[in-house]
Design a protein around this ligand. Structure first.
Ligand code: SF4
Ligand code: SF4
Length: 352
């Protein structure tokens, strides 16, 4: 474990900007947003995000509207290369989201080239959560609000400076390149960080205690697939798709061909399982014509079919979908109500 003082970290980021486009949380008005750090800034101002940002890091790995191939009169053209990025403020739920999507796009026979290239080239500087949003529920999924794996470097504020955990050879090389900046972490700083971690975890557990289900979520959803409660849960959904767009684990996409001045291009666009045309087949048929069915499928995929296929739930408890929902639908509440409001007589009934 390393330690760096506050000014030292800014200096370190400035150095990184020579090799990477550095994106960090910054204060813009009342909002914390991800912004590119200008390499010419004398003292880069980086804000500490106490919890995950409103936006996820998904677009740095899986961009909507990305050109996946181009054709001109000379034939097929390769996709334009992008500069590697150093991403700061990545929280435990964001790290887990990347690892979940890796299952589909990387750790698989069929690999998504842009995802794999971005996973290889981007530098991830994670951070401990030191607070939580009202919608955060990672502990309901038995996770913790601090980085455990999947980062190159991880930082946590402690003792007026920063504790720096090295998580990869790439991270190690960057630390080793600044021998005067980093020193061994004092034991009391590590103890203070660990105490802060335990306190925040307890606070999150208390915040979400009323949503804790008796059964594992996979069972809660799978055993209630035929109840009518789904219509009640989906009653205020306006199909805005915001929950899919902000979700760091949603990864469905469509390919779309467009004309360009010198030929044509194929774009990859994010899809949404709330769309009536989602999973539409040749001939125009759609397997889930009613919104209630699509709503249910969203939960089924995240909490039942994805874990059965890939061994992990496709939700990190980041709560972004709760904050973004125009229908004020709270995923935790839906999962809890599945267990508490279903009627036994409906379980064997037809789906309406
Ligand atoms: S479903 Fe909601 S809480 Fe779960 S990862 Fe997606 S945005 Fe976060
Ligand atoms: S954000 Fe809410 S209203 Fe919009 S599609 Fe998702 S559940 Fe429906």
């Amino acid at each position: 474990m390393k330690y760096v003082d506050r000014g030292g970290l800014a200096f370190f980021l400035k150095g990184l900007a020579q090799d990477y486009d550095v994106y960090a949380p910054r204060q813009v008005g009342d909002e914390l947003v991800l912004e590119r750090v200008d390499p010419d800034e004398a003292q880069p101002e980086v804000a500490w995000n106490e919890h995950r940002l409103a936006e996820s890091y998904k677009p740095f790995f899986f961009q909507t509207g990305k050109v996946v191939s181009r054709w001109t009169a000379e034939g097929p053209q390769g996709a334009a290369p992008t500069r590697p990025r150093a991403l700061l403020g990545v929280k435990a739920c964001d790290l887990k989201a990347l690892q979940i999507v890796d299952k589909v796009f990387r750790d698989h026979t069929f690999q998504e080239p842009a995802w794999c290239a971005a996973r290889e080239s981007n530098l991830i500087i994670a951070g401990d959560c030191t607070g939580s949003a009202d919608s955060c529920f990672c502990t309901l999924l038995d996770d913790v609000p601090w980085p455990k794996s999947g980062y190159d470097l991880s930082v946590a504020p402690s003792d007026g400076g920063w504790l720096v955990d090295v998580g990869s050879q790439k991270g190690e090389a960057h630390v080793a390149a600044h021998p005067t900046l980093f020193r061994e972490a004092p034991a009391h700083a590590v103890q203070a960080r660990d105490a802060a971690r335990a306190e925040l975890k307890a606070r999150l557990e208390a915040l979400n205690a009323r949503y804790r289900t008796r059964d594992p979520l996979e069972l809660s959803v799978s055993k209630n697939l035929k109840t009518r409660i789904w219509a009640k849960l989906a009653a205020t959904c306006v199909q805005c798709n915001a929950c899919n767009l902000v979700c760091p684990t949603c990864h469905c996409f469509l390919l779309h061909d467009v004309k360009t001045p010198d030929g044509s291009a194929r774009l990859s666009m994010w899809d949404s399982c709330f769309h009536s045309g989602y999973a539409r087949m040749a001939g125009g048929g759609t397997p889930r014509l009613q919104l209630t069915e699509r709503f249910k499928n969203h939960y089924f995929h995240k909490f039942v079919s994805f874990p059965r296929n890939w061994g992990v739930t496709a939700c990190t408890g980041c709560g972004r979908c709760i904050d973004a929902c125009m229908g004020r639908i709270d995923k935790r509440d839906c999962l809890y109500r599945l267990e508490t409001e279903w009627l036994p007589s409906e379980v064997l009934g037809e789906i309406h």
